[in-house]
Design a protein around this ligand. Sequence first.
Ligand SMILES: NC(=O)c1ccc[n+]([C@@H]2O[C@H](COP(=O)([O-])OP(=O)(O)OC[C@H]3O[C@@H](n4cnc5c(N)ncnc54)[C@H](O)[C@@H]3O)[C@@H](O)[C@H]2O)c1
Length: 253
Amino acid sequence: MKFKDKAVIVTGAGSGNGRSIALRFMEEGAKVVVADLNLNGANETISLAGEGSTAIAVKADVTNKAEVEAMVAAAVEAFGTLDILVNNAGIVAFTEFLELSEEEWDKVHNVNLKAPFLCSQAAAKAMISNETKGRIVNITSVEAHRIVSSSGHCQPHYNSSKGGLNLLTKAVALELAPYGITVNAVAPGVVETPFTAGGLKNPEVREWVLDRIPVGRIASPFDIANAVLFLASQESEYITGSTVFVDGGWTIH
Ligand SMILES: NC(=O)c1ccc[n+]([C@@H]2O[C@H](COP(=O)([O-])OP(=O)(O)OC[C@H]3O[C@@H](n4cnc5c(N)ncnc54)[C@H](O)[C@@H]3O)[C@@H](O)[C@H]2O)c1
């Protein structure tokens, strides 16, 4: 029970990677705020947890400052403190550059980049006021570091939002280091979640993806969760501003 009684917020925890991250924390004894825009998804995550787990579901749109502050307040009220924040909520939209609307650009940046700013700021204030040597883990992507395209079309807004989150991770790590709070990123490659389900249904896309993964399989959300738990643990105390790639070796090339 590596995280016994640690208070954790996982955003976007009603599905995919966030669900697995929340469940792994519960398995290790943490008390978890399962936060999502979709309250049914958050409740479903809790229903999958083992007996004796401690968790609350919180409906929060992480692009909304007031809802973010209420989410952090809910964690502190329920669990007395906040030790760990995982900025996982994210969206993708496959629109090529010349067709990309301003609305879609803003939506993707609001969820993938502005929300981690709002959540990290609110969480850091709570951690500092409780003198907690906290941990913040951001879920970026290999696409924060390179352009991935099986069709010749990319996702410029997704790339720029995740690239921005990569540098936000480093900037916030620098500012929070004096408080003993570490800030790191996990960059998944391709993971089997509802986010990728549509694309991976196409056998040609699946084959294209598998051809690029040296370990020979697509990631499970638990691969991502295990890296997050390491960066949230005591053992990672000397790691900050870093990215762990969980991509089966994709970015070796
Ligand atoms: N699946 C992959 O292959 C992959 C690869 C690289 C990075 N990622 C990243 O992993 C993270 C999770 O992705 P996933 O694959 O689990 O996706 P998913 O679609 O299965 O889950 C995303 C969750 O975020 C929630 N969410 C969306 N907007 C929100 C908002 N404004 N406020 C609160 N919650 C909101 C959704 O309701 C959903 O439950 C994302 O940041 C994504 O960019 C995923």
